[in-house]
Design a protein around this ligand. Sequence first.
Ligand code: OSB
Ligand code: MG
Length: 369
Amino acid sequence: MKIETITLRRIRLPLVHFFETSFGRTYERQILLVELHSEGVSGWGEITCGEKPFYNEEWTDSAWLIVRDYVAPRVLGAALGAPEDLAPLTAHIRGHRMARGGVETAAWDLAARQAGIPLWKRIGGGARAEIPCGVSIGIQDSVEQLIGKIQAELDAGYQRIKIKIKPGWDIDVVRRVRERFPSIKLMADANSAYTLADIGHLKRLDDFYLMMIEQPLAHDDIIDHAVLQARLETPICLDECIRSAHHAEQAIRLRACRILNIKLGRVGGFREAKRVHDAARAAGIPVWCGGMLESGIGRAHNIALATLDNFVLPGDVSASRRYWTRDIIAPPVEVTPRGTIVTRDRPGFGYEIDMDYLKSITVCEETLG
Ligand code: OSB
Ligand code: MG
């Protein structure tokens, strides 16, 4: 396939409820969507960075510039034998994997549509027809509110609950949640809010038999996580610091984690996500699919990813209605009472795009090439 044009769209989507992590609150997403065109077929991707460079170094504005000035010139006109061939075209760009990944994932969707097959099949997935779902619940104004939210998600069928923690909102919160819900699958995500000086404090979490603690230490650290993991009974899951299969291999070799969260954007798309998945599988490390408050397009890509065989743990991929009053895809992503999302058998990412709604929330648009 030859990429003829790339259309970038910036959309604004207000969240149903603010989402708070240790690095701040988000009320509204500003998302870049990527549409690749080739021989009359479109492939769609989503750039999953935040509005501010707080999760990683990228943000919505930087992603626009990276795609326009550095990715598009390499990709436009390039003849790709397969979607695997796209990532190497942008490998000379340091970092900015979410910007690069938004274009890369669009190429996979395009290839799937050209072949008339579902994206999950095109990436080599399909190990399961229903993916197990968990939810990520942000920091709330009170523990009572948090407990109310957890109850609502359990009632909806979700298989595991992840809560966000930070200094001042951690041990006592986890204790009260555990007392109220003694037998649920529960985990905590610190988004890099602690240091090794907090070992004694973090060790107290071992009392609550959490499934895992996600990214307790620095966003760019692996070695301190290995030190911490040796001292904790609770498994560590790495998120922020795993940006490539190389990082995954290093973390595994150092025993810095027992579980990996894979995010398509963070690692730069399907090609690298599959490599991380394979490295983890070879080492007996289970993985799950993380989320970045995606619109329906990024969400549908996550669903495809989670059909690879080593995605054995419930991920942060959940129903559209938890995020948006109206999603940009139809039908919206729905979750069964069993806490699963059923994959679809349609070409590409498997949902229709609601173009009328998409147009109405588009802030700016540019076609390159
Ligand atoms: O660390 O997993 C994270 C959202 C934004 C940035 C980082 C993270 C998250 C989530 C939300 O946990 C997952 C989701 O529901 O999409
Ligand atoms: Mg995380």
